[in-house]
Design a protein around this ligand. Structure first.
Ligand code: EPZ
Length: 432
């Protein structure tokens, strides 16, 4: 298992380019199952989750290839079988997005339920309720969802919660259903709008994405399409915080303020200087951030995927900040690791009280999930001395070449392969 070693306390300066959004690219890959024609996607980030999705699609019999660094071409004239196995789905929850496309195109699918993960139980009940309303027969058997439908029928679906994945699964399923569908209380994320744009380029008839009601008129078949993946708003926010935490000056090329409204407002409320440009956002961090309260919320609220990074920033705030996580039930595991770096954080239920300290000090810490791992990197960049982040495989799921990008900004950061038998520290903590 690799580790990342950082010697902090160096202000970051320069320009950094945002990669394509992993969470927009993943539904694109699964949408290619909806047609037998070729789909070509550009600006696909080279991250582990994309590799996992391509492996699953190949297993299903889809022809998939990387054309160059960030371009993928897929063709699904038919599939070898209709099963997404537990071994793959358990490593990446988004694999569950094969269900809607397989069911609506082939009339059947057997997909493992994802199971829980570090940040929560993450059930799929909203996905399944929506597919049943579209006329699917759903059976749960040995941890698998077995879904059948001769042809899905358009329906009016109201989601109990604006689930991103459920909205995406149901949008894709409804494109080939017989008749019109309406998804109410739909997720409004930019990734949902991107998926609508792709589906319409494939010949579907989808409207309303970005708002709480999405309408889909079913069509008989879909066609191949080309599409560029939107910039990753979570990576953009991460780099803005990196510039702020190190009292540096960074231009984040590709950052779109309109995808980050709540986050930009909150960052400005801490007193950090942000300049919105046509092709990115510039950040100037020159003194301690002011305390602020943060409540995560479905889009357009403050994004849960930037909560851990915001907590890292506020550990250096000039007072007590309260961070409330409302989207996932267990997304504070980075807190105890940040405490090892000298942060003063107290958790009660779904609220973290972060008492700002003047300085963080480097220490060995352990990543627990994708966004927690990057919050430890951010804290390490600001901390005095050496920080060693282990289990960085979490990081590799969603960040492309992050240590290279941060090195370009002047960070003293490098990746090392941990000794085979692991360090004493890592062994001890694993036992614990
Ligand atoms: C997507 O996950 C993202 N992943 C997550 O990003 C992101 O944190 C999340 O949306 C919320 O914005 C991808 O897009 C691949 P949800 P998803 O369904 O679709 C509950 C990252 O770091 N729920 O909106 O799985 C669920 O338990 C990842 O890149 C149900 O109860 O999120 C959670 O509490 C982490 N039943 C809440 O809704 C369901 O059927 C939000 O989940 C579905 C969801």
């Amino acid at each position: 298992m690799d580790k990342i070693i950082i010697r902090g306390g160096r202000p970051l300066h320069g320009e950094i380019e945002v990669s394509g959004a992993k969470n927009a690219a993943l539904p694109f890959l699964f949408a290619a199952l909806l047609t037998e024609e070729e789909c070509r996607f550009t600006n696909i980030p080279r991250v582990v989750d994309i590799r996992t999705a391509l492996h699953l699609l190949t297993e299903l019999g889809v022809e998939a290839e990387w054309r160059d660094d960030n371009e993928v071409v897929l063709r699904a004239p038919s599939v070898r079988h209709l099963e997404a196995p537990y071994e793959l789905v358990k490593t990446m929850r988004a694999s569950f997005l094969v269900l809607g496309p397989l069911l609506t195109r082939f009339g059947r699918a057997r997909v493992s339920t994802p199971g829980g993960c570090a940040i929560g139980t993450r059930p799929v009940d909203i996905h399944l309720a929506g597919l049943q309303q579209l006329g699917a027969e759903i059976r749960l058997q040995e941890g698998y969802v077995e879904a059948t439908a001769s042809r899905l029928r358009g329906a009016r679906i109201s989601l109990d919660f604006p689930s991103v994945g459920a909205t995406e699964n149901l949008m894709m399923a409804a494109t080939l259903a017989d008749g019109p569908s309406q998804i109410e209380n739909a997720a409004c994320e930019p990734e949902i709008v991107a998926l609508q744009t792709l589906l319409n380029a494939m010949g579907a008839r989808v409207s309303g994405a970005g708002g709480p009601v999405i309408r889909i008129d079913g069509v008989a078949r879909l066609y191949g399409a080309e599409q560029r993946v939107i910039p990753d708003r979570v990576e953009a926010g991460t780099f803005l915080i990196a510039g702020a935490m190190t009292s540096g000056q960074v231009f984040v090329r590709g950052a779109r303020a309109e995808h980050l409204d709540a986050f930009v407002q909150k960052l400005r409320a801490t007193g950090i200087g942000l300049e919105i440009e046509a092709d990115g956002i510039a950040v100037t961090g020159d003194e301690r951030p002011s305390r602020v309260d943060v409540i995560t919320w479905p889009y357009p609220g403050f994004p849960t995927d930037l909560q851990a990074q915001m907590m890292a920033l506020l550990t250096l705030g000039d007072g007590r900040s309260l961070i409330t996580e409302t989207v996932f039930e267990n997304r504070f595991m980075h807190a105890q690791e940040l405490t090892r770096l000298g942060a003063d954080i107290h958790i009660r239920h779904n609220t973290a009280a972060v008492n700002g300290v003047a300085m963080l000090s480097g220490a060995p810490v352990m990543a627990t999930d994708l966004r927690a791992s990057v919050s430890l990197i951010l804290a390490g960049l600001a901390a005095r001395g050496k920080t060693e982040v282990s289990r960085v495989y979490h990081l590799d799921r969603g960040y492309e070449k992050i240590e290279e990008k941060l090195s370009q900004l002047g960070a003293d950061i490098r990746r090392v392969s941990a000794e085979k038998d692991g360090t004493a520290e890592e062994r001890r903590r694993t036992v614990v």
